[in-house]
Design a protein. Structure first.
Length: 102
């Protein structure tokens, strides 16, 4: 299985004398999620609206119920295009790999 990666970068525009500008792109390390069933679906649905960094950064304070509530919020409040079947697969993936079990 090929790993899915989301590249994150920072675009910096530096003004130079005479009105010229130089563009500098500072790339960060690519973000990837743990391998397992549901990873590609999770990446595909979550990256539509936000960085994948949200997943591991929230993991220490999340458990299955927290992830379930978050997925439902993404669907209801933000219109995430996730079916009920996909919600279960994403939830199983997040609970298995990114739950602090609080």
């Amino acid at each position: 299985m090929r790993g899915a990666i989301a590249a994150v970068g920072l675009l910096i525009v530096v003004g130079l004398a005479g009105g010229a500008a130089r563009i500098v792109v500072a790339a960060e390390e690519p973000m990837t999620l743990a391998d397992g069933p549901g990873r590609d679906l999770t990446i595909g649905r979550c990256i539509i609206c936000h960085s994948l960094e949200y997943i591991p950064s929230n993991a220490p304070v999340m458990n299955r119920a927290g992830w379930q509530k978050t997925i439902q919020k993404m669907k209801d409040r933000f219109g995430a295009p996730i079916t009920d079947e996909e919600s279960k697969e994403i939830l199983d993936y997040l609970d298995a790999h990114y739950s602090g079990k609080v």
